[in-house]
Design a binder for this molecule. Structure first.
Ligand code: CTP
Ligand code: MG
Length: 177
C-alpha cells in the first residue's frame, strides 16, 4: 500500500467511530447517563454524557458502516468490509471509550467540557480499537496494520478538531474542542 492508500483505508475504517462520536453531539441532551449521581462529591460522568447522545451516536455509526459496505460492494472497491460484529464494536467502543474518559476526567477534577489534550481526541479511538480487538480480533489484525494505526493516531486529532470547530461555529457544541 502506498501512503495515499494507507490514509484512505485508515479513514474508511474509522468512519463508524468518527460518526458515532460526532453524532453523539448532535443527538445529545436529555437524561444524563449517570442520572445525576455523584461519587466522592463529583458527578460520576456529568451532563456531557447522555443516553440520547450515546444511543444516537451508536446507531449512526452502525448505519454508516452498512452504507459503507453497500458502497464498497456496489462500486467494487477493494476497501475493508465491516462484518456485523465490527459494525457494532467500532461505534459502541467509541461511545464507551468517550464515557470512560469522562469518568476519569471527573475523578481527576476536570469539570465538564474542560479540555484534556490527547485524551479528548483519542479516547473514542482507543475504545473502538479495544472493543474490536476483543470482539473481532482476526478482522482487526487483518486490516488495522501498524501503518494504518499510525495514520489514524496522526489523522484523528486533525479531523476531530476540524469537526468540533464546525460544530462550535454552527452552535451545536459549547466549546471548540
Ligand atoms: N454528548 C452526549 N452524550 C454522549 C457524548 C456526547 O450527549 N455520550 C453530547 C453532550 O452534549 C456533550 C457534547 O456531546 O456536551 C460534546 O461531547 P464531549 O466533548 O465528549 O463532552 P463534554 O461536554 O466535553 O463533557 P466531558 O468533559 O465529560 O467530556
Ligand atoms: Mg469535551
Amino acid at each position: 500500500m502506498n501512503i495515499l492508500e494507507i490514509v484512505f483505508s485508515a479513514f474508511w475504517l474509522m468512519v463508524p467511530p468518527y460518526i458515532a462520536n460526532s453524532s453523539a453531539v448532535v443527538f445529545g441532551g436529555g437524561k444524563p447517563i449517570d442520572l445525576g449521581f455523584e461519587w466522592n462529591g463529583e458527578r460520576v460522568l456529568g451532563d456531557g454524557k447522555t443516553w440520547r447522545g450515546a444511543i444516537g451516536g451508536f446507531i449512526s455509526g452502525f448505519i454508516v458502516s452498512h452504507i459503507f459496505n453497500f458502497i464498497n460492494n456496489n462500486i467494487a472497491l477493494t476497501l475493508p468490509i465491516f462484518p456485523l460484529i465490527a459494525s457494532i464494536s467500532l461505534p459502541l467502543g467509541a461511545i464507551l471509550g468517550d464515557i470512560l474518559a469522562s469518568f476519569i476526567k471527573r475523578r481527576i477534577g476536570h469539570s465538564r467540557g474542560e479540555p484534556l489534550i490527547g485524551i479528548d481526541q483519542l479516547d473514542f479511538v482507543m475504545g473502538s480499537w479495544i472493543l474490536t480487538i476483543i470482539l473481532a480480533p482476526i478482522w482487526f489484525q487483518e486490516f488495522f496494520t501498524l501503518y494504518i494505526l499510525i495514520a489514524i493516531v496522526f489523522m484523528t486529532p486533525l479531523i476531530h478538531f476540524s469537526a468540533n470547530l464546525l460544530g462550535y461555529s454552527i452552535g451545536i457544541k459549547k466549546e471548540p474542542w
